[in-house]
Design a protein around this ligand. Structure first.
Ligand code: UN1
Length: 523
């Protein structure tokens, strides 16, 4: 505890925590107090006066004002700002990772990985700031030029979840900034210190760069009403929201009502198909990292293993002893691989899901709440494997046999459902049968299966991997998924286009006025 207070102190966060940060100006909110409670042992890391919906108004005004100046600063100069932000994250990497560990409960390796994602996206965005290309298109008219330009869009609202309390903001913020947009961030109320630490880092860069309008970066710690205010705000042309499908649906409907844009990265219910030709050792490693990493609390966590019937028992027999010796406990301690769930409510959801899985015919291994040899005051669980018999086998074909509805739901906890298949087509059908469509993978050494999985008739997800688990994506690719995952793409590739508006220009440098489509309209 002392150690984390020292870290927070170094980041300027040990006293007078403010819920609202506009550039380097901080102020308290006008709603009730909110505390940051460590999932490690329940320690209160800090308390602040949360913001209310009314507190959003001055932030919107400041961001709108900042936008007028920010949009005309050349993109490479905006990139220089982002480059410096990334460098500050490089310098402060261990401290920032410690805050993630204490506030979100991630093991140190994964917390360091998350800060690295922030650094990587800043590098990516700095390079991108010189590559915001538009196309030149062949005009059908003589002596005309048809071309497109990409312009800054306006202030971007960013709503993030507890499980990636820095990286998801950075994917949005780094791109939005080089695109010329100010960022207004509403972090999860479970991880306010991570957000305030990021804002403090940005504020230190703003202090060095006095030509940049400070309100390009704002943070507002508040509850649902703050999110709703952002969703309704006409000043915000784009709201990017990460979290549950229910949250995203609520945000998207409000944003759509005012014809704003939303960028959604919602629930995942990610599968892995294991075929008879799979490299078993590699498969086991991929399963364990994807299924129990971050204690099952990534949106890319592996939740559904779809294994060929000839292999299923062997895979489970190998997994069980690995699950039994997983080092579970204090995530700050070297050697721990599974830290705590974020809170008690997450355990109740896990317990209820496992009960339903049993009632629906699964054999459950693990899934107990741990009370011994773990820090008191945290919610520690043994990851679970819930294995279903082959569909249509005696165990499931009895009249009144329950359906496996639980497998269609995302429970944010380390539960791995195992389903068996006979034919490859059946595996794909099972894989695509859930409402969500974020990340997917196939373990195979058969190139026909691998390519079929990646094809139009294969996985229906936004992330489709071969011989790599569904979690742990690099920032260079576009990140997001289909169906109930919301359809948004963040981070790499051409995701930047979400943060800009496109203007199509037709320039006539002739002395005639030929009309498109050959229309004659002479007066
Ligand atoms: C999330 O869980 O919201 O691919 C994001 C991954 C990470 C990001 C996950 N790079 O698992």
């Amino acid at each position: 505890m002392d150690a984390i207070q020292t870290v927070l102190g170094r980041l300027g966060l040990n006293q007078n925590l403010s819920a609202i940060g506009i550039g380097n100006c901080n102020r308290a909110g006008s709603a009730g107090p909110v505390s940051s409670r460590s999932p490690i042992d329940g320690t209160i890391l800090g308390t602040l006066q949360a913001a209310s919906a009314d507190d959003v108004t001055p932030v919107l005004e400041a961001a709108t004002d900042a936008f007028r100046r920010w949009r005309v600063i050349p993109a490479p100069a905006r990139g220089e700002f982002v480059r410096r932000v990334g460098n500050r994250f490089r310098e402060l990497k261990p401290d920032l990772a410690a805050v993630i560990t204490w506030e979100a409960g991630k093991i140190t390796q994964e917390a360091l990985g998350e800060v690295q994602e922030v650094i990587d996206i800043c590098d990516f965005a700095a390079g991108l700031s010189r590559q915001l290309y538009g196309l030149t298109i062949a005009s059908e008219r003589p002596l005309h030029r048809l071309a497109e330009q990409w312009h800054p869009l306006g202030p971007v609202g960013v709503i993030t979840a507890f499980n990636f309390p820095m990286a998801v903001w950075a994917w949005n913020a780094a791109l939005a900034w080089v695109c010329g947009d100010p960022v207004i961030w509403k972090p999860s109320e479970k991880t306010p210190l991570c957000a305030l630490a990021c804002q403090a880092v940005v504020a230190s860069v703003l202090q060095e760069m006095s030509d940049i309008p400070p309100a390009v970066s704002s943070v507002i710690v508040g509850m649902r009403d703050v999110g709703e205010r952002l969703a309704d705000a006409a000043e915000i042309p784009l709201v990017s929201a990460t979290g549950s499908t229910a949250m995203g649906r609520a945000v998207a409907q409000r944003v759509a009502a005012r014809l704003g844009r939303s960028l959604l990265e919602l629930g995942g219910n990610n599968g892995m198909i294991v075929t008879p030709s799979a490299d078993l050792e590699l498969t086991l490693r991929a399963i364990v990292f994807s299924a129990v990493g971050t204690c099952g609390q990534r949106c890319t966590t592996l939740r559904r293993l779809i294994v060929h019937e000839d292999l299923a028992d062997k895979v489970i027999d190998r997994l069980v002893p690995i699950y039994d010796r997983l080092p579970i406990g204090n995530p700050a301690q070297p050697g721990t691989l599974v830290g705590p769930l974020i809170d008690e409510a997450a355990w109740h959801a896990m317990e209820a899901a496992l009960q339903r899985a049993s009632a629906e015919g699964a054999t459950v291994h693990g899934g107990r709440r741990l009370k011994e040899n773990v820090p008191q005051g945290g919610t520690y669980v043994q990851p679970a494997i819930a294995s279903f018999p082959l569909r249509g086998s005696a165990a499931t074909s009895l009249p009144g046999t329950p359906t496996r509805s639980i497998v269609h739901e995302e429970t944010f906890a380390p539960i791995l459902y195992v389903q068996r298949y006979r034919t490859f087509d059946e595996a794909i059908e099972l894989h695509n049968s859930v409402p969500q469509g974020l990340a997917s993978s196939i373990m195979t050494t058969d190139m026909r299966e691998a390519e079929a999985f990646c094809s139009a008739a294969g996985s229906d997800c936004g992330i489709v991997n071969v011989n790599v688990g569904p979690s742990g994506a690099e920032i260079g690719g576009a990140f997001g998924g289909e169906k109930a995952t919301g359809g948004g793409r963040e981070s790499g590739s051409d995701s930047w286009k979400n943060y800009m508006r496109r203007a199509t220009n037709t320039i006539n440098y002739s002395t005639q006025l030929p009309l498109a489509q050959g229309i004659q309209f002479d007066v």
